[in-house]
Ligand binder design. Structure first.
Ligand code: ADP
Ligand code: MG
Length: 319
């Protein structure tokens, strides 16, 4: 069975793609088979960070051509055990992906054979991106220590938990209707909006309320603090954990702190990954620690969620 690790961020430009490329290399060097998939459709650039020329057919081919499998798009990299599936700059972007395409793509990703499948996602809180994040209970969220980035990470997690609750109940169920109304009427309840919501679910049935709470408790995102420049970064990072616990009720965990380093821009210019050129750098050490953490996680099981359902499309304008 594969382990799928989605890599997301609330705000763009926080280092997701650099991180994904180097994590892929690290896991491969540790003996794992890895497929890194560029899902930042519309502005794909994972190939650059992996030092691969952009001349291979990408996900657009799988989406638009019936006979083409996702596997057939896998490209071998120069690193043993590391494979890559290119994105596509010509399609309108993951955020705009149609329902049936998303369904087809998620299914194909789940069927790929590898130890680890890394998903380099686009930034933002669109439901399409979140549905890829929800392939796993323990997706990775990258943020920088800047307030704007931390707030976007918080917004991302909040929207993700709403979406997860929504998808915890079947299409067209009373519970979904309630969650939909809760969001669209913006019954904010500020600090404890999720508690209010689970209490409302409890009015439908005690089981529904309990199930909602259990789903929240089982959700365990992991956060990478990237481009840290000083100790203050860690203080800011711990604020995110506090507000997530207090306002959403989720336990998020930091599994890595990566310092700012000029090696990153040099590696992009030279198209050579830091893990290969500077394996003893702080950056490389941080990546190895994160990879070890990920390998040691014992419960990366998939969340039990229902289909998104076509009726959801119109929800995208809310939250
Ligand atoms: N640890 C780091 N140190 C210095 N610069 C970094 C670091 N991580 C990322 N960057 C810079 O941030 C920019 C955005 O990185 P990228 O991986 O493309 O972000 P994203 O995929 O989140 O949009 C890169 O051009 C890179 O120069
Ligand atoms: Mg990117």
């Amino acid at each position: 069975m594969n382990t799928i690790i989605p890599i997301a961020s609330g705000k763009g430009g926080v280092g997701k793609t650099i991180f994904t490329a180097n994590l892929g290399i690290t896991l491969a060097k540790m003996g794992k088979t890895v497929i890194a998939i560029d899902l930042d459709l519309g502005s794909s650039n994972l190939h650059t960070c992996l030092g691969i020329k952009n001349r291979h057919p990408g996900i657009g081919n799988f989406i638009y051509n019936k006979g083409i499998s996702l596997e057939s798009l896998i490209v071998k990299t120069d690193i043993d055990r590391l494979y890559f599936i290119p994105g596509d700059s010509l399609i309108p972007g993951t955020a705009n992906m149609q329902y049936f395409i998303k369904k087809k793509l998620i299914k194909a990703i789940q069927n790929l054979v590898a130890d680890y499948i890394l998903l380099d996602l686009g930034a933002g809180t669109s439901y399409n991106i979140i549905d890829f994040f929800l392939i796993s209970k323990t997706g990775l969220l990258v943020t920088t220590p800047e307030t704007t980035s931390i707030l976007s990470a918080y917004a991302f997690l909040k929207t993700t938990v709403f979406r997860m609750l929504f998808r915890s109940f079947p299409v067209k169920s009373k519970e979904r209707e309630l969650i939909h109304n809760f969001l669209t009427e913006r019954i904010e309840g500020t600090d404890n909006s999720f508690i209010t919501l689970t209490n409302l679910l409890r009015n439908i049935s005690p089981e529904s309320g309990d199930y909602g709470l259990k789903q929240i408790a089982d959700f365990y995102p992991r956060v990478i603090l990237n481009i840290g420049r000083n100790k203050q970064a860690i203080t800011l990072g711990s604020k995110l954990r506090q507000i997530c616990k207090k306002n959403i009720g989720i336990n998020m965990e930091y599994i890595g702190f990566i310092e700012y380093t000029e090696l990153v821009s040099a590696s992009i210019i030279n198209r050579s990954a830091i893990m290969l050129t500077s394996p003893d750098s702080q950056f490389a050490r941080a990546l190895r620690k994160i990879a070890e953490n990920l390998i040691n996680i014992t419960y990366l099981e998939k969340p039990t969620l229902y289909d998104f359902g076509e009726d959801l499309e119109n929800l995208d304008n809310f939250i």
